[in-house]
Design a binder for this molecule. Structure first.
Ligand code: G16
Ligand code: MG
Length: 215
């Protein structure tokens, strides 16, 4: 029986990917190359430093020291936080607030499990912080998805066993993480991509509490 819902942030609750893309693109352009929106797909759910490594690879840039990489990541993050600082609750994805609220009204626990270190700022801008019993983000995990750490910490903080949790995720690595953690999964996106999820819907606007019983 499901007792808790754990939500990924980017791609499930809000589409911050467009801002990540704009900021990473600006960084790449400054270094003299560009990358496509298709390549950007590969950055979804991936941590900041791991994203930078991928992007440097695309530009064939191999001469950066660790300190320079930190500087580049900080530069990108400054541009990114400038953009997300202007976000409003209007940018919450369709049905997201309503579904999280419905879970809470039904007595289910709710949590965020995100790779983003900017999670607190984003939830604050979207005025959603109060809708989650636990917030596990890039600041509290040491091993990124597909490792289950982020979701296991969420379950632990909620006091719910992993097998009573369902994870909502848009990234393949996130679905893998939840499966490794012995949790149920709902993919947000296309069933062609999220083949390992127990169920796939196009967005939380297509999700209902009844559907949780099919898991
Ligand atoms: C999100 C995004 C990733 C981003 C990561 C880290 O993950 O999908 O593209 O690189 O967070 O973000 P930050 O630089 O803000 O720490 P999620 O897990 O919410 O989908
Ligand atoms: Mg995501």
């Amino acid at each position: 029986k499901i007792e808790a819902c754990i939500f990924d942030l980017d791609g499930v609750i809000v589409d911050t990917a467009v801002y990540h893309y704009e900021a990473w693109k600006r960084l790449a352009n400054q270094m003299g190359f560009d990358f496509t929106e298709h390549q950007n797909e590969q950055l979804k759910g991936v941590s900041r430093m791991a994203s930078l490594e991928l992007i440097l690879g695309w530009g064939n840039i191999t001469n950066k020291t660790e300190a320079e990489k930190q500087e580049l990541a900080t530069l990108k993050n400054n541009w990114y936080t400038e953009m997300i600082g202007r976000m409003t609750p209007a940018e919450i994805l369709p049905g997201a607030r309503q579904f999280v609220q419905a879970c809470r009204d039904a007595g289910l626990k709710t949590a965020i499990g995100s790779a983003s270190k900017n999670t607190p700022i984003i939830l604050n801008k979207l005025e959603l912080t109060h809708l989650f019993d636990a917030i596990i983000d890039g600041n509290c995990v040491s091993t990124p998805k597909p490792d289950p750490e982020v979701f296991l910490k969420g379950a632990q903080q909620l006091g719910v066993s992993p097998s009573a949790c369902v994870v909502f995720e848009d990234a393949i690595a996130g679905i893998e993480a939840a499966i490794s953690g012995d949790m149920k999964t709902v993919g947000i996106g296309s069933p062609k991509m999220l083949t390992r999820a127990d169920m796939v819907v196009s967005g939380l606007d297509k999700m209902s509490l009844n559907m949780l019983e099919e898991l």
